[in-house]
Design a protein around this ligand. Structure first.
Ligand code: FAD
Ligand code: NAP
Length: 335
């Protein structure tokens, strides 16, 4: 059913009240194709869980929410399984399904909000794992031709919080299913961030993938604002990947600036650290601001207009550039 003048507030985790000219949810390719026949030249926006978007104005077009479900084992050997999941599956439920079935590889990505279909969009990542590490292929509906095309890993051109769907194929495809290769013989990845520490608190010496998932859930729950309580879209900015000289310049004033090796001799800086050092952490402007525990996360405490959060992000970008000579890039998709 197509609904008009539709309030998108429940459909974005920032909790911003904006209206779409038209809205519909689809649970199959046939339904998607049917709705697109009624596009009437409207601009389109495909939504999963709305956890990586900021609406700065009403959307004068057709919003289509992906609710294609289904989880299917398509191959199994002694070492691994290939699991194909519908794009509308809730990502964290899919992680729990894998952990419960002892399929390893995505336990470090526990509790990331959103849908399976969006997972390749920005090559979601956390605690040293990215979706590209387990990705096999995806099926995507080509909006112009109505054909379903298959993309393997190379075709997705995954990068750091990037894929071809955020760049040159932007707005051309709707992802309808994703196939992942998961292990039956596990490699436990506990070296990143606070996981080791959390495992100690849990009293676990030899962690299973279930323990890793539990540890990640515990850390995330203690550090990140729950969108059901405080509107947010996770990290608002990407961690910048810069030339070594940029790091050396910062080190002149901040000897201990956190940095990590990146491809091609570059280094990754922690955007949250830069924002914190610049004094933004916890800053609150009436109904919105920078989260008090995590400087990378901008928050909507109640009824804020998305444009105000966008303007705040611009101020932060300018300030970080002035103070550190580093240009932050927004991770969240702006509409
Ligand atoms: P949406 O917000 O609905 O959409 C995001 C973009 O993808 C939009 O441009 C949309 O048009 C497009 N899109 C969505 N689905 C499809 C589809 N099927 N086909 C084509 N285009 C599509 N991200 C991380 O990478 N790591 C984290 O650890 C992480 N932690 C987070 C923590 C919190 C508290 C929050 C709120 C967010 C976090 N995020 C994180 C960001 C977000 O959860 C992910 O980017 C997630 O994959 C977005 O999924 P979604 O379904 O909500 O996408
Ligand atoms: P953290 O552990 O405090 O670390 C701060 C930053 O340093 C992270 O952003 C991380 O980069 C980087 N880092 C830490 N250890 C690293 C290592 N061993 N090698 C390379 N980089 C390292 O981070 P946090 O804020 O609590 O987040 C924990 C994880 O969840 C991170 O992976 C983060 O990306 C993810 N997360 C993502 C979002 C989002 O919306 N995108 C929101 C919340 C959390 P990376 O970010 O590149 O990992």
């Amino acid at each position: 059913m197509i609904q008009e003048h539709f309030n998108l507030r429940p459909y974005n985790t920032f909790g911003i009240e904006v209206f779409a000219k038209r809205f519909a949810a689809f649970s199959s390719i046939e339904e998607l194709s049917h709705f697109l026949q009624h596009r009437d030249g409207d601009e389109l926006l495909f939504l999963g869980g709305g956890s990586n978007v900021l609406f700065t104005q009403n959307f004068d077009g057709f919003v289509l929410r992906n609710e294609i479900h289904g989880i299917e084992k398509v191959e199994e050997t002694d070492d691994h399984v290939l699991i194909k999941a519908g794009a509308g599956e809730v990502w964290h439920d899919f992680v729990l399904y894998c952990v419960e079935n002892d399929f390893g590889g995505i336990e470090n990505l526990s509790l990331i909000p959103g849908s399976v279909g969006a997972s390749p969009m920005q090559n979601i990542g956390a605690y040293g794992v990215e979706i590209k590490d387990v990705f096999v292929s995806l099926e995507a509906y080509h909006i112009e031709s109505g054909e379903v095309h298959t993309f393997d890993k190379d075709a997705c051109e995954f990068g750091y919080r990037e894929s071809v769907f955020k760049r040159k194929l932007k707005n051309q495809y709707v992802i309808v299913s994703v196939t992942y290769r998961l292990s039956k013989k596990h490699t436990i990845n506990s070296s990143y961030g606070a996981i080791e520490n959390e495992l100690k608190v849990m009293g676990v010496d030899f962690p299973t993938i279930k323990d890793i998932s539990k540890a990640v859930i515990a850390i995330r729950s203690s550090k990140l604002p729950n969108p059901a309580e405080i509107g947010n879209a996770g990290s608002f900015f990407k961690n910048p990947v810069v030339e070594k000289e940029v790091l050396e310049n910062i080190q002149l004033n901040y000897e201990n600036v956190p940095n990590y090796p990146a491809p091609n001799g570059k280094v990754k800086l922690a955007a949250g650290w830069l924002i914190d050092q610049a004094g933004w952490k916890g800053k609150t402007f009436d109904t919105y601001g920078v989260h008090k525990l995590q400087a990378l996360v901008l928050v909507n405490y109640s009824d804020t207009e998305g444009s105000k959060i966008f303007d705040l992000s611009t101020e932060i970008i300018q300030d970080i550039y002035q103070k550190f000579g580093v240009e932050l890039e927004r991770e969240v998709n702006i509409y």
